[in-house]
Design a binder for this molecule. Structure first.
Ligand SMILES: CSCCC(=O)C(=O)COP(=O)(O)O
Ligand SMILES: [Zn+2]
Length: 215
């Protein structure tokens, strides 16, 4: 997903956005990737608005009422009488800022991606490199190679978001659509929720295969 700013940012507008977030959340929960209220999902509903899951909600039972509209620049809720937005909103905003064609972001605590990221961090590595697997094409790479950042799980989430922005500012050949956070989880994005979920599925499966091969 390129980072050209020549057009307006992609959006996922409409009254269905909250219902689609709830549906995507339940799907990921059923896969066992959003255990114990973990994970968060968002869509860009207009150039300056993000609809994101509320913090601390059971992601298997999410309803449209468990979503919050926030300002895309500040991350602050548009209304003061709603629920608190995800504690990890700043990471979503960093992705939307960098990728104008992105209209959906999903973050999950999927087990294989989390295990691989943690193993690599434990070995002192700050990236995971995937080679050869056909599934890499599912992440938009035709060259059979993908380098994914493994970010540190700082207790201050905006610091994780700042590290993501630093990574995005680096080599454009490595630009998206996924990142890993050691001892925490994975984040994926796309032009819509379906594509973001597909990217997350590809990352989880690539992580599983890498661990299976003990690479
Ligand atoms: C219970 S998991 C700890 C927080 C977290 O990592 C997560 O993904 C969920 O945070 P949120 O504020 O979006 O519920
Ligand atoms: Zn998380």
């Amino acid at each position: 997903m390129s980072a050209t700013f020549e057009t307006a940012p992609a959006t996922h507008p409409g009254p269905q956005a909250a219902a689609e977030l709830a549906d995507a959340s339940r799907r990921l929960y059923r896969r066992g990737w959003l255990e114990g209220t973990s994970g968060n999902l968002s869509v860009r509903t207009s150039p300056d608005r993000i609809l994101i899951t509320a913090s601390g909600r059971d992601k298997g039972e999410l309803t449209p009422a468990d979503t919050v509209a926030v300002d895309a620049a500040s991350g602050l809720p548009v209304r003061d009488d709603g629920p608190r937005p995800s504690a990890e909103t700043s990471i979503h905003l960093a992705v939307y800022r960098r990728f104008p064609r992105c209209a959906a972001v999903v973050h999950a605590h999927s087990p294989y991606a989390t295990a691989l990221a943690s193993r690599e961090a434990g070995r002192g590595r700050s990236t995971v490199r995937f080679d050869d697997f056909e599934l890499i094409k599912g992440l938009g790479r035709t060259d059979g190679r993908l380098v994914v950042p493994v970010l540190t799980n700082w207790p201050e989430v905006p610091r994780i978001a700042a590290d993501a922005e630093d990574w995005f500012a680096g080599d454009p050949r490595h630009a998206g659509p996924v990142l890993l956070i050691a001892y925490h989880g994975a984040t994926a994005w796309g032009t819509d929720l379906r594509q973001a979920r597909n990217h997350l599925e590809c990352l989880e499966e690539l992580s599983r295969l890498t661990l299976l091969l003990d690479r």
